[in-house]
Ligand binder design. Structure first.
Ligand code: UT7
Length: 331
């Protein structure tokens, strides 16, 4: 047996954002808000919205994964497993991964969804990496995808300004040159549920006329409380990850933070001692796409990444769930 350690390397990235834009000026016509407030409090100028009867999260997963396969020159039939981080699955069941595999023609893949809200991509990536490191799987696709417009209340100015739709995916393959996923710290605290959740539609409170009338099928968020936990949680876990690996801000080429609020991103970068030029930020264009924010950044910055770059991914979201992952870029 070889003693060479197998790491899970990202070998391709694909992404998809819907064409339709919802700008701050559009929102000004829908709720009592204004462009200046939204930009200064969140950093967001516009978001993408998936429109069309019956269009669902899997319809964003599919083009993202197709693009990834084309870039890598593989057929969807070569995918062993598809993991989709999402809180807006096409249906409660079956999983969006199942539906997407069928649409993709990924006939040899199994798959499942991971429900970890804004940390969905990091949770899924850690799981995908473990499948590769085990030696049992050669091609695992990890996707973060959310159609947040399906669960956003466009009469609630505190939440509707934040969220958007999108999907992006990475291909994980075994690698022996030392690059790839290096370490990951993931956390969860269910007591945070009270601040960010969807009240109805689950087994606790199934859908009824009353739940619909009470607008309980939308994302409910106590923004200020989440903000406080997010600033501390994302910065703390990123600092912990650097420390336990003997890294400092100087060693890091890129921080890829979850895009929830520019002020949370700034706090995390400051704590890690990173200048703004090393931080991927596209919140102004896409808003908070929940599980899709981090892979969408990798997708957009892909051409600027160099083999061996130390990259830290960091997220905080509903659950609460949060975490950080350190990887070395592989191509
Ligand atoms: O990704 C998952 C995790 N989620 C997050 O990380 C989100 C964390 N939270 C946030 O990003 C921020 O809390 C928000 C962007 C949601 C809100 O920003 P804030 O600075 O915390 O605002 P606030 O809720 O403290 O509200 C301040 C004021 C209030 O008015 P009064 O009571 O001071 O008169 C709000 O009613 O701003 C008002 N307000 C608005 N005004 C104009 C709230 N929403 C809006 C709005 N436009 N859209």
């Amino acid at each position: 047996m070889s003693n060479i350690k197998i790491t899970a390397a990202i070998t391709a990235v694909g992404g998809y954002v819907p064409e339709d834009k919802l700008t701050n000026f559009d929102l000004e016509k829908m709720v009592d808000t204004n462009d200046e407030w939204i930009r200064t409090r969140t950093g967001i100028s516009e978001r993408r919205i998936l429109k069309g009867e019956g269009m669902a999260t899997s319809d964003m997963v599919v083009p993202a994964v197709r693009q990834l396969c084309e870039k890598r020159g593989i057929s969807p039939e070569e995918i062993d497993c598809l993991i989709v981080g999402t809180v807006t699955p096409d249906m409660v069941f079956p999983s969006t991964a199942n539906v997407a595999c069928d649409k993709l023609g990924a006939k040899n893949a199994w798959g499942f969804d991971v429900s970890a809200a804004c940390s969905g991509f990091l949770y899924s990536l850690t799981q995908g990496a473990a499948l590769i490191e085990s030696g049992r799987y050669k091609k695992v696709v990890v996707c973060g995808a959310d159609k947040m417009s399906a669960i956003v209340d466009y009469t609630d100015r505190a939440t509707c300004i934040i969220f958007g739709d999108g999907a992006a995916a990475v291909l994980l393959e075994p690698n022996e040159d030392g690059t790839g996923i290096q370490d990951s710290i993931l956390k969860s605290d269910g007591s945070g549920c009270q601040f960010l959740h969807m009240k109805a539609g689950g087994s606790k409170k199934p859908a009824s006329i009353e739940t619909v009338m009470a607008r309980e099928h939308f994302a409910y968020q106590e923004g200020q409380a989440v903000f406080k936990f997010a600033v501390k949680g994302m910065a703390d876990v990123s600092a912990e990850l650097l420390e336990r690996n003997g890294l400092t801000g100087d060693d890091i080429a890129w921080l890829v933070p979850h895009q929830a609020n520019l002020r949370i991103i700034d706090a995390t970068a400051n704590r890690m001692g990173l200048p703004k030029e090393k931080v991927m930020i596209n919140i102004q264009k896409y808003g908070n796409t929940t599980a899709a924010t981090i892979p969408l950044c990798l997708w957009e910055w892909e051409s600027q990444l160099k083999k061996g770059d130390n990259i830290v991914l960091a997220a905080f979201g509903g659950g609460f769930t949060w975490g950080a992952t350190w990887l070395k870029w592989s191509y």
